[in-house]
Design a protein around this ligand. Structure first.
Ligand code: ADP
Ligand code: 5GP
Length: 195
């Protein structure tokens, strides 16, 4: 009998903007090169230092909408006035090859993936407090006041959805959160970076 295809594991990471998802995921990828992080498409403009095709695919709204109409996204959602979506093809290809895939997406997208990939592991990352979240968003220095207010308003909604998730992780001490993330994602602990 032919052996069944081997499918990789899909992990969805959600959490308020500024909670440290990008920081945690970047550290996780350094320690586990076998993981693959999906690169999303967005209609927002690049922040300083963001690279096309690496951080996001930056699309115009008409191009984004054409891709939606063509079924090109696994999920997509509006967030803080912009559209964000996960290109379908690369995720399906990596999973079919047995590679573990990470999606770092907001709540509405996570809900869509829950319907299409019920076996995906869904993780919510929380800040120690809303005050600390605001400090991190401001400290990052990438968003104007209007964008900050939109992100903070949305944060309350995302945090209220905690019960929908398979697991919740508080990103207080970064190193401790990283170890806990590895445990929850079923990864062997990576090498300590000493930082
Ligand atoms: P997100 O990807 O969730 O929007 P970022 O990874 O950009 O968030 O982190 C937002 C800010 O918070 C960054 O300046 C980052 O350096 C900082 N940060 C991330 N994790 C921690 C942590 N555990 N403790 C303190 N600051 C953190
Ligand atoms: P930012 O503008 O801070 O990069 O991202 C804003 C929010 O959009 C974050 O919560 C991030 O997780 C989410 N996001 C990024 N890519 C996607 C995506 O492809 N789909 C969805 N639904 N959300 C995304």
């Amino acid at each position: 009998m032919p052996s069944p295809p081997s499918f990789g594991r899909l992990t969805v990471i959600t959490g308020p903007s500024g909670v440290g998802k990008g920081t945690l995921v970047a550290r996780l990828l350094e320690r586990h090169p076998g993981l693959w992080l999906s690169v999303s498409a967005t209609t927002r403009t690049p922040r300083a230092g963001e690279i096309e095709g690496q951080h996001y695919f930056f699309l115009t709204r008409p191009d984004f909408e054409a891709r939606v109409a063509g079924g090109g996204f696994l999920e997509w959602a509006a967030f803080a006035g912009h559209l964000y979506g996960t290109p379908r093809g690369p995720v399906e290809e990596h999973l079919a090859k047995g590679r573990s895939v990470l999606l770092e997406i907001e709540l509405e997208g996570a809900r869509q993936v829950r319907r299409t990939f019920p076996a995906a592991f869904q993780l919510l990352i929380k800040p120690p407090s809303l005050e600390e979240l605001e400090r991190r968003i401001r400290g990052r220095g990438t968003d104007g006041e209007e964008a900050i207010q939109k992100r903070l308003a949305r944060a309350r909604v995302e945090l209220a959805a905690e019960a929908e998730f398979d697991a919740v992780l508080v990103n207080g001490d970064l190193e401790a959160a990283l170890v806990e993330l590895e445990r929850l994602a079923g990864l062997e602990p990576g090498p300590s970076t000493g930082s």
